[in-house]
Design a protein around this ligand. Structure first.
Ligand SMILES: Nc1ncnc2c1ncn2[C@@H]1O[C@H](COP(=O)(O)OP(=O)(O)O)[C@@H](O)[C@H]1O
Ligand SMILES: [Mg+2]
Length: 240
């Protein structure tokens, strides 16, 4: 088994004449939490969309689980879970109904007990399980999406700005859950503009500026990445 779960290699993306990603290379290992950090317009979402197959590389390659985004995107989509910046799902359906619906679309059968175990794992309060998701908070909607990923046994999670709009308790809970999943072998790729959040959760941070990777930061054995160091690199780049 290969341990390089997500690979970008000399990846460039151009829209019309504009180069949005410029020769980006990185590898994310199994069980790693990798954060792509950058300001607005840096190219973070474009990178993420390249791995989901909604943006095509102009040159270079992008792979997930050893599969090419240009040749095997259907296989990739079956394996990965994607949490967009705002998880909506179906507001008129409950958390459990949404999960059942999306599992059936994916032709995966899980028992009611298994679904309840997943919701317990992500710590969604049971009083909400049968309530319409329309009045769930952002944190609760994310929990349902992660529970769905667990039930699909997705080995890779792609997250776009996962903690923006969460309150501090929800952020702590979210970070804890992601750390646990990563420790169990799930590979997590997140994009964010939040320096502090990235330092809290990531094993490695790549700093993206105007489509280029301009810095890479790695955590120590049992210490987080230094917020000060990353913050000064980030703000030096984003002072415009
Ligand atoms: N489909 C598209 N067509 C043309 N330009 C795009 C498209 N998507 C993104 N861009 C441009 O690419 C740049 C990077 O966008 P994006 O990846 O969304 O940045 P980020 O997520 O880091 O804020 C921006 O200048 C944006 O306007
Ligand atoms: Mg974005």
């Amino acid at each position: 088994m290969h341990n390089e779960i997500i690979v970008a290699s000399s990846l460039s993306v151009r829209f019309n004449q504009q180069t949005v990603l410029d020769d980006v290379s990185f590898k994310v290992q199994k069980g790693e939490v990798f954060a792509l950090l950058g300001g607005n317009g840096a190219g973070k979402s474009t990178t993420l969309k390249t791995f989901l197959g909604t943006v095509r590389p102009s040159t270079g390659k992008a792979e997930v689980l050893g599969m090419s985004v240009t040749k095997q995107i259907d296989n990739i989509r079956q394996k990965v879970a994607y949490l967009p910046e705002s998880v909506t799902l179906y507001g008129h359906l409950s958390g459990i109904e949404n999960i059942s619906y999306f599992l059936s679309l994916a032709q995966i059968s899980r028992t009611q007990t298994e679904i309840e175990q997943a919701l317990t794992r992500v710590a969604l309060q049971s009083s909400a399980w049968h309530r319409a998701m329309a009045d769930y908070s952002k944190g609760m909607r994310q929990k349902v999406a992660i529970a769905l990923a667990l039930l699909r046994e997705a080995p890779v999670l792609f997250l776009d700005e996962p903690t923006s709009g969460l309150d501090p308790n929800a952020i702590d809970e979210f970070n804890q859950l992601i750390a646990t999943l990563a420790a169990e072998g799930t590979t997590v790729f997140m994009v964010t503009h939040d320096v502090y959040g990235a330092c809290q959760i990531a094993h490695r941070i790549a700093l993206l500026d105007q489509g280029k990777i301009v810095g890479m930061f790695e955590r120590g054995e049992d210490s987080h990445i230094d917020t000060e160091v990353v913050h000064s690199a980030f703000s030096a780049r984003n002072k415009r």
